[in-house]
Design a protein around this ligand. Structure first.
Ligand code: ATP
Length: 302
């Protein structure tokens, strides 16, 4: 589960933080004040549209308060543009930590990470985060209308674009059924949404941002089967054509992934398809039987 400490950066990844409600802005100031990463003096710019290739080179990382216990160790990994990768492993294996490093909440003590071959340490953290889209288990809703909350992904978007994103996120019908449709106030002080509705709103937001790289932390809490199906369908649409790293908790996700990466105690211990890992990895077999919720229907494709 992604640490709450990164809420502001999460907000930044979810949209344009400059437009965020006051609380999120204050959190961002705190985050920017964190000494854990150093912004480069002459940051490299990224081309407008990146490919979305990710490289992880000999990465070792321990959290500052536990310097002797690496959360990740000896990680080497190349992820192709457009590849859909599922991260699996027991609790504490280092899955969220890998996303933290990509978001540059922290830098590794050794090794380095790249985006399109560019060392993340050479990029301005804000520029980096505008290239990454994040959909977490508990998406943050800001006070403002449903439209504002989606537009947070791209403040320039027209209402038509907001509607299209909502439609593709399977959120249109529930938004239209709200008391004031897209103008219904949400979030703190406004209408509270169900878990599945919040997730679809976050997906709409991400669709509008159109990032090349998606980081997803799949919900562990079970939605009812119908919500699960509509969320899954929206996520599939969102992942289409983008590099996606998903902390996977659903069988449907691991089955549909191009590649699964099995983490255990900070190490990448196995990789392959669901079927091949069932054959080759005892830990994976155990995870598959214990951890993956099969509520969502398994796709026939791929
Ligand atoms: P889960 O599925 O439970 O979210 P995970 O595979 O994502 O687990 P991580 O959250 O990456 O695992 O944790 C890897 C290790 O780092 C664990 O030992 C965890 O206790 C530790 N850890 C995670 N976050 C922090 C933090 N902010 N400070 C110190 N240690 C942390």
């Amino acid at each position: 589960v992604l640490a709450a400490g990164g809420v502001a950066a999460l907000a930044e990844v979810a949209g344009d933080v400059q437009r965020a409600a006051g609380a999120a802005e204050r959190l961002l100031e705190l985050l920017d004040a964190r000494p854990t990463i150093t912004a480069p003096s002459a940051p490299q710019t990224l081309p407008g549209r990146i490919e979305g290739a990710i490289g992880i080179h000999g990465v070792r990382f321990a959290y500052p308060n536990r310097p002797d216990t690496p959360a990740l160790d000896g990680i080497d990994l190349q992820i192709r543009p457009g590849e859909r990768v599922a991260l699996v492993g027991p609790s504490g294996a280092g899955k969220s930590t890998l996303l933290h490093l990509l978001l540059r909440f922290y830098d590794p003590q050794s090794g380095y990470l790249t985006l399109d071959g560019i060392d993340l340490r050479g990029l301005d953290p804000h520029t980096l985060r505008t290239q990454l889209g994040l959909v977490s288990q508990e998406p943050v809703l800001f006070s403002g209308s449903a439209a504002d909350n989606i537009r947070y992904g791209n403040p320039e978007a027209s209402l038509q674009q907001v509607r299209e994103a909502a439609r593709d996120a399977n959120a249109l019908s529930f938004i239209e059924a709200l008391p004031h449709g897209f103008e219904t106030p949400l979030g703190p002080g406004g209408l509270q949404l169900s878990g599945g509705q919040r997730q679809r709103l976050a997906i709409a937001r991400a669709l509008l941002r159109d990032p090349r790289v998606l980081l997803l932390d799949e919900a562990t809490s079970a939605l009812d089967a119908e919500s699960e199906r509509v969320v899954q369908e929206a996520l599939d649409r969102l992942m289409q054509g983008r590099t996606s790293l998903v902390i996977a908790h659903r069988l449907a996700t691991v089955v549909a992934a191009d590649r699964l990466l099995v983490f255990d105690q900070g190490r990448l211990i196995a990789s392959g398809s669901h079927a091949s890992l069932l054959e080759s990895s005892a830990l994976y077999r155990q995870l598959a039987s214990l951890q993956f919720s099969a509520t969502a229907p398994i796709r026939e494709t791929k």
